[in-house]
Design a protein around this ligand. Structure first.
Ligand code: FMN
Length: 316
C-alpha cells in the first residue's frame, strides 16, 4: 500500500504465520525505463538472496502505468534486478494517477488493460508470473467481467479483485458477491479483497465470493494479528480474540526501531501516527491513546505515551 506498507512493515506483519505473499507499493511507470534504485527503494528485498521478507514470505513487485513500451522496458528491468513476480495495478483511485492514465483509469477500456498485461507478459515471457489487481469498474460495474477476462487473456496468472468501483473509493460495503461472478467465469485463481477487518468478514468474503484466498489491506494495519488469527482459524477451527493492545504496542515499538535506523526521529513519529490512525478506527484503546498523544512530536515521548496505556488499570 503506497506510503503505508514498506519493507519494514512487510517484515513485521509477516513474522507470524498468516500471509502467503505480499506486494510492494506501486512503482509508477510513465514513459521511461526507471533506474535500478527506484526498484530497490520500493522493493529492498530485491537485494536479498530471495525476494522475500526475513520470514520467507514472497514479495511481488507492483507496477502501475499504461504506456506499453515503458511497461515492457520496466518489466524487463525488474526481471534483470531479480524480481520473481510482477503485479500490475489497475485499482488505484487517486485523481492524479487516473488523470495521467494509470491505475483504475484503465478499467474504462478493457482493450487497453489487456494490452498492458500482454505487454508485460511478453516482456518477461515465462520467466516469472505476471498478476493483476482490478476494481469492479471505474464508475459502474458494467465492465467488471470484461476487465477480468482482459487480464486473464493478457496472460495474468492470478487476479486480485477489490470489490468496489473506483468511484466508490474505500466506502463500505465491499461487493464480495461480484467477485464470485468473476471467479466463476475465470480459469485463473481469483483473490477477494476489500473490507476484511475481522474473522467474520473473512468468512463472509470467502462465502460470498467463493474464493479460496483473500487479500488484506487496511485490516492488516488496523489489527496486525488478523492474518495470523485467520490462519489459526483455518488450521484449528479456533477463534482467537482480537490482538491485545500490548501486542500492538510491541509491534509499533519494533516499527519505530526499524524506521529509526534510516529516518529522522520526527519522520518516525509521523509514520507511527499514520499506522495508529489505521488502528484507532477499529480499537477503542488505540483511539484513546491516539487522542492523548497525537500532538507529541518527540519520538521518545511518543513511545512513552504509547506504553503508558498498556499500564493503565483498564488495560492491565
Ligand atoms: C493508503 C492506501 C494505499 C494503497 N496503495 C496501494 C498500492 O500501492 N497498490 C495496491 O495494489 N493497492 C493499494 N491500495 C489498495 C489496497 O491494497 C486494497 O486493495 C484496498 O484498501 C481495499 O482493501 P481493504 O479494504 O482491505 O483495505 C492502497 C490503499 C490505501 C488505503
Amino acid at each position: 500500500m503506497e506510503g503505508v506498507i514498506d519493507a519494514h512493515t512487510r517484515d513485521l506483519l509477516t513474522r507470524r504465520p498468516g500471509f502467503d505473499w505480499t506486494v510492494t507499493e506501486f512503482v509508477r511507470v510513465v514513459d521511461a525505463r526507471l533506474p535500478p534504485r527506484v526498484f530497490t527503494k520500493h522493493c529492498p528485498e530485491l537485494l536479498l538472496p530471495e525476494v522475500a521478507t526475513p520470514s520467507g514470505v514472497t514479495v511481488h513487485l507492483q507496477l502501475l502505468g499504461s504506456d506499453l513500451d515503458a511497461l515492457a522496458a520496466n518489466a524487463r528491468q525488474a526481471l534483470r534486478l531479480g524480481a520473481t513476480s510482477l503485479d500490475l495495478n489497475f485499482g488505484c483511485p487517486a485523481k492524479l494517477v487516473n488523470r495521467h492514465d494509470g491505475g483504475a483509469s484503465l478499467l474504462r477500456n478493457p482493450t487497453r488493460l489487456f494490452r498492458a498485461v500482454d505487454a508485460v507478459h511478453r516482456a518477461v515471457g515465462d520467466a516469472i508470473p505476471v498478476t493483476a489487481k482490478i476494481r469492479l469498474g471505474f464508475s459502474d460495474r458494467r465492465l467488471a467481467l470484461t476487465c477480468a477476462h482482459a487480464a486473464e487473456d493478457g496472460g495474468a496468472t492470478q487476479l486480485v479483485v477489490h470489490a468496489r468501483t473506483r468511484d466508490e473509493g474505500y466506502r463500505p460495503p465491499a461487493h464480495w458477491e461480484w467477485i464470485g461472478r468473476i471467479r466463476a467465469r475465470l480459469s485463473i485463481p481469483v483473490v477477494a479483497n476489500g473490507d476484511i477487518w475481522t474473522l467474520e468478514d473473512y468468512w463472509k468474503a470467502r462465502t460470498l465470493s467463493g474464493c479460496r484466498d483473500v487479500m488484506l489491506g487496511r485490516g492488516a494495519l488496523a489489527d496486525p494479528g488478523l492474518a495470523p488469527r485467520i490462519r489459526h482459524w483455518q488450521r484449528t477451527g479456533q477463534r482467537l480474540p482480537a490482538t491485545p493492545w500490548a501486542e500492538r504496542v510491541e509491534i509499533l515499538d519494533q516499527y519505530a526501531a526499524l524506521q529509526r535506523s534510516t529516518l529522522p526521529a520526527k519522520v518516525v513519529v509521523s509514520l507511527l501516527k499514520q499506522w495508529m490512525n489505521h488502528m484507532r478506527a477499529r480499537d477503542p484503546v488505540a483511539a484513546e491513546t491516539f487522542q492523548r498523544i497525537r500532538r507529541l512530536t518527540d519520538l521518545d515521548e511518543f513511545l512513552a505515551g504509547l506504553h503508558s496505556t498498556t499500564c493503565s488499570p483498564t488495560n492491565a
